[in-house]
Design a protein around this ligand. Structure first.
Ligand code: UDP
Length: 448
């Protein structure tokens, strides 16, 4: 009879949520845990397998998609359909795995799927919730969910004081909070993360102790938590990819292009997998890049390409639809990352020591930009008008400041220091390393 510990992993099916879950699973596999990643049939069909060395050790099991009956905005339809599929199909999938020689003992699920815990507990499995946003951001949502914090339009311009956090202005909060009434579906999703927070058997955060020291201690005073980040493959193992992608990268010509450039001479620009800047903003980015006079590698997703200025060409730039961001950020030619401040992109830049120009767009990105610029000081934040619009002059000036000016030297020094601290956290004896080991031990000793 096999005795190997088997767990299920349920990521929210967006790239920024799949990546940290995958890397956590891969690390658990190296500790002798067997992992089955659960998703819907339609999502599994769009997953591209990358050349990762360990992701092929993860089994994938699928649940049939639900019939599309949901109404509302695109977020609501997407979220409701996924929830319907999982709530209908997960119990059967768990029962099926119970018949195998090593039934699953626990499920690790994304924090925006808190209802997974009840299903797991009813069927005798333990549940570990994985938070994929900064603990600072999670704490702000926690306060709101608990009713200990709320925002009004009168807060514009005044300081907001929350325990164990830097002073915040209204626009440093997640945009879902300060844009009152604009994204109620997504705000509800993020507040709901805490509906089963206390009942979860483990609470995992993709961050590390030194990065968010005070707020992590504050969160731990509410409930025990485990930091397990940063979940960046090359930090944990000999692996340069997460392993599964919802997007197909361009052929690796961009790496050859980078090889032809001098060290720290290229700006890398990506706004992640979801952000959709308007046409005017795309034009400002394009003109700002040219005005900076730096080489640039710009990820413009296929569905965004039509927003590029007509006939836009620059002899100093290369545009791709998708790339292997980890390989790009690790390339010595890359001198700075103009980023939307998605949490994975931010952790990747920090872990690989790349200075950033933080051009946050929405959700948690606005708070992360504040942390990048004012707390970790690994980059500068672009100034936007009240509609979030950033001009070409601001973009070009910010790039030059990081790439060429005195301030850039300081930022590079800080970036190097954080790279070292991130590495320490996940190396033998480091805080996240110890926590993952402890988690694996507890999983192994769990009885169902
Ligand atoms: N990414 C990538 N190639 C690209 C652009 C992004 O592999 O061309 C990856 C990036 O490394 C990160 C993820 O996609 O891990 C995006 O997650 P993030 O949290 O930064 O932003 P989101 O897409 O959730 O807004």
């Amino acid at each position: 009879m096999a005795t190997k510990t088997h767990i299920l992993a349920l990521p929210f099916p967006l790239q920024g949520h799949i990546n940290p879950m995958l890397q956590l699973c891969k690390t658990l596999i190296t500790k002798g845990i067997h992992v089955t990643l659960v998703t819907t049939v339609s999502i599994s069909l769009s997953l591209q397998m990358q050349a990762s060395t360990t992701s092929n050790l993860i089994d994938i099991d699928t649940i049939p998609d639900a019939t599309n009956t949901s109404e509302g905005d695109i977020y609501q339809v997407f979220i409701n359909n996924f929830k319907a599929a999982i709530t209908q199909g997960l119990p059967q999938l768990i029962e099926k795995h119970k018949q195998s020689s090593y039934p699953a003992k626990a499920i690790v699920y994304d924090s925006v799927l808190p209802w997974t815990l009840d299903i797991a507990h009813q069927l005798g499995l333990k549940g570990a919730v994985l938070f994929t946003q900064p603990c600072t951001v999670c704490s702000i949502f926690y306060h709101m969910q608990q009713g200990t914090f709320k925002v009004t339009t009168e807060d514009e311009g005044s300081d907001i004081t929350l325990p164990a956090m830097p002073l915040l202005r209204r626009r440093d909060l997640p945009s879902l909070i300060y844009d009152i009434g604009a994204y109620t579906t997504l705000l509800d999703l993020l507040l709901d993360q805490f509906s089963t927070f206390q009942e979860a058997d483990w609470r995992l955060f993709n961050t590390f102790d030194k990065l968010e020291d005070e707020i992590l201690k504050w969160m731990a005073s509410k409930c025990p938590i485990l930091t397990i980040g940063p979940t960046i493959p090359p930090l944990h193992m000999d692996d340069n990819e997460y392993g599964l992608s919802l997007f197909k990268p361009n052929a690796e010509d961009y790496m050859k292009w980078l090889d032809t450039k001098e060290n720290s001479s290229v700006v890398y620009i990506s706004f992640g997998s979801l952000v959709t800047p308007g046409e005017e903003q795309m034009e400002e980015i394009a003109r700002g890049l040219v005005e900076s006079n730096c080489f640039f590698l710009w990820v413009v997703r296929a569905e965004e390409e039509s927003k590029l200025p007509r006939d836009f060409v620059s002899e100093k730039g290369l545009i791709v639809n998708w790339c292997s961001q980890l390989l790009v950020l690790a390339h010595p030619a890359v001198g700075c990352f103009l980023t939307h401040c998605g949490w994975n992109s931010t952790l990747e830049a920090l872990s690989l020591g790349v200075p950033t120009v933080a051009m946050a767009q929405w959700t948690d990105q606005t708070t992360t930009a504040k942390l990048i610029a004012d707390v970790w000081q690994t980059g500068i934040r672009t100034k936007a008008d009240e509609n979030g619009f950033v001009t070409r002059e601001e973009i070009a000036g910010s790039i030059r400041e990081v790439m060429q000016e005195e301030r850039g030297n300081e930022i590079r020094k800080n970036a190097k220091r954080w790279k070292q601290l991130a590495k320490e956290a996940v190396s033998e004896g480091g805080s996240s390393h110890n926590n993952i080991t402890e988690f694996a031990i507890q999983l192994s000793s769990t009885t169902t």
